[in-house]
Design a protein around this ligand. Structure first.
Ligand code: SF4
Length: 434
């Protein structure tokens, strides 16, 4: 999965130039319509070139020649001698290489005179389009109920003229039937534009095929979050485990442009994790508090899971679950896939990005309860008037209703306040470990 992320540039170039596929930029986890029309969704940072760790390239070649079973035996063998902390090292390199690039693209976004008060994620996404937007044939944008996000969408028009927008009906519209009708029409509009772009036709079958793959991906994702992360024995150290969750958060946005391969990768991750836990290869984490750290999708300090690990805790990243994007889309012979997709989007926008403070707070409480965490660390992103404003209320409710402690750290740019974060978290985690 990491290799597919980092080598995206070559893969996408091949798809565009040799196979004449249309590239459509996406973000936040909405690639389904693009796959269904036979185009290639891309979270635009993947068009950049990345430094790829030599071991990762070797590992990727090994899996294609030997298959996963044999490769993992070789890894187990290497691990016994602790020759090098192979997987830990690879993932650490992958995550830092992605984050270096994120900062570069954020800087590019800032130079472009985007309003100072916009959040890191919005600026970085703008920078990504500034850097590589010329390679995409369209941008598919779900106009979430976040003012900042929608300001970005306006600015993107200059970089990617072919904008395909799916508006989300206003939350003031207190009529569920009407909201559903509007949502269905908005999706149909976007489908028409995608069909015109590609010359392909989106059938009920192609949509349902995509939803089936997406549903399986979501099930595996939830298995990692709810079953494996709750286990008292981890298949690797908790910092590496958090890196896998971070990688899932970023790659879920476009499935690394290949849904079938992504599904195989995530199922392989789950299989490998379970096997290690059963064989007791990994780490006993029973005395380490589990801390939900969120939101991260719009930028966070990636050192955080190392810091938490050093202080004796485990980090859980679960943004897509909290924001309702891991809900499955019903697929049956009699269901109308466009209507089911409309319900999924309405549901996500009722409890996720840009919804009202009350619902957003409740989404956090539900996930905190279901994930059975020991505490919450809230990532207050500079320039976010939406999610960030819920913290005070969330802290009160999480204490009152779940009897869980919570704390907050602020984030503006990667690497800016690591020492401050460390000293803020130390007393919080020490208290939890008593
Ligand atoms: S909700 Fe906040 S963090 Fe998310 S895009 Fe909007 S401003 Fe950025």
């Amino acid at each position: 999965m990491a290799f597919n992320f980092l080598s995206g540039r070559d893969y996408l170039r091949r798809k565009k130039l040799r196979e004449r596929k249309k590239l459509v930029s996406v973000a936040l986890g909405f690639p389904d319509l693009v796959f269904a029309v036979g185009a290639i969704p891309v979270f635009p940072i993947r068009m950049e070139s990345f430094k790829i760790n030599t071991y990762l390239t070797a590992l990727n070649s090994a899996t294609s020649v030997l298959g996963w079973g044999l490769t993992s035996k070789v890894l187990d063998f290497a691990r016994q001698f602790d020759v090098f902390k192979l997987v830990d090292k690879i993932l650490e390199d992958v995550v830092s290489s992605i984050n270096e690039k994120y900062n570069e693209l954020y800087d590019l976004g800032v130079q472009e005179d985007l309003a100072e008060e916009l959040c890191y994620g919005v600026k970085a996404l703008y920078g990504m389009h500034k850097s590589k937007g010329k390679n995409v044939d369209a941008n598919l944008n779900f106009a979430m109920r976040c003012g900042e996000w929608n300001k970005l969408s306006e600015s993107l028009k200059l970089l990617v003229p072919n904008q395909i927008w799916v508006d989300i009906p206003s939350k003031e519209l207190n009529n569920e039937d009407l909201a559903l009708e509007q949502m269905v029409n908005n999706i149909k509009n976007a489908i028409e534009k995608l069909e015109a772009l590609t010359g392909n036709f989106i059938s009920d079958n192609s949509l349902q095929k995509q939803f089936r793959i997406g549903n399986q991906v979501k099930r595996f994702y939830k298995t990692i979050l709810y079953e494996i992360s709750a286990s008292d024995f981890y298949p690797c150290n908790p910092a590496t485990f958090a890196e896998i969750l971070a990688l899932l958060t970023i790659t879920f946005q476009d499935y690394n442009s290949n849904p079938q391969r992504y599904l195989e990768n995530i199922s392989q991750i789950v299989k490998e994790m379970r096997k290690r836990i059963n064989k007791k290869v990994g780490m006993d984490t029973s005395n380490m508090p589990r801390l939900l750290f969120s939101p991260i999708y719009a930028g966070y300090e990636p050192e955080i899971h190392e810091i938490i690990y050093e202080l004796g805790g485990r980090t859980i990243y679960a943004d897509w679950d909290i924001l309702g994007l891991l809900e499955e889309i019903p697929v049956s012979q009699n269901s109308d896939p466009i209507e089911e997709y409309a319900k999924f989007l309405l549901n996500a926008s009722k409890k996720g990005i840009g919804c009202d403070d009350q619902n957003m707070t409740d989404s956090y409480l539900t996930s905190a309860k279901n994930l059975e965490i020991d505490g919450l660390i809230f990532n207050q992103v500079f320039g976010c008037p939406s999610i960030s404003s819920i913290y005070n209320n969330l802290m009160l409710k999480i204490k009152r209703e779940l009897d869980l402690p919570a704390t907050v750290i602020t984030f503006k740019k990667i690497g800016e306040n690591v020492d401050e974060v460390k000293s803020n978290l130390r007393p919080f985690i020490e208290k939890l470990r008593i």
